[in-house]
Structures are given as structure tokens and as C-alpha cells.
Design a protein around this ligand. Structure first.
Ligand SMILES: [Zn+2]
Length: 85
């Protein structure tokens, strides 16, 4: 009986160790991914949604149209200016 418990503890310990390694890896990956983009939070302005395609673009890069901000794509600009598709 003691042997079974011993191996269970070993198995859970191994799983916990693997999990810690994986979360550490994922965190460093996410940190690298968001680290480059986190600067926009400082003064770049909010993200706005393109009324044409629905993609989010920085407010500074958005092109204002009568119907709302667009990503600047020609098709989206057309959609933003009129209802005709
Ligand atoms: Zn668009």
C-alpha cells in the first residue's frame, strides 16, 4: 500500500513539474508577444473597429467616414461612405 502511495506522489510530482515548465514557457511566449504591443497602451490611443470589415485598428491609423472609422482599405472606405456594397 505504501508503495502505491509513493508512486502516486511521484507521478503527481512529475505532472506538477511538467505543468510548471509549460506555464513558464507559455508565460514567456505571451510576455514576448504582448511586450511588443503593450506600448500602444501608453499614448497610441484606443483601438477602434472598422465599420467595413470589423477589424480593430489603432485610432491613429483609422480613417474616419460618415458611418464610422474604417481600417483604410478601399473596400471599407466605400462601405463607410455609402450603403452600396
Ligand atoms: Zn476594414
Amino acid at each position: 500500500m505504501g508503495r502505491i502511495i509513493f508512486w502516486l506522489v511521484i507521478a503527481f510530482g512529475a505532472l506538477l513539474a511538467l505543468r510548471l515548465v509549460n506555464t513558464a514557457k507559455a508565460r514567456s511566449r505571451n510576455g514576448a508577444a504582448t511586450g511588443a504591443g503593450s506600448r500602444r497602451g501608453g499614448g497610441g490611443g484606443a483601438m477602434v473597429r472598422c465599420v467595413g470589415c470589423g477589424v480593430f485598428v489603432p485610432g491613429a491609423d483609422a480613417v474616419a467616414t460618415p458611418r464610422g472609422p474604417t481600417c483604410g482599405d478601399a473596400r471599407c472606405l466605400r462601405l463607410g461612405r455609402s450603403d452600396a456594397a
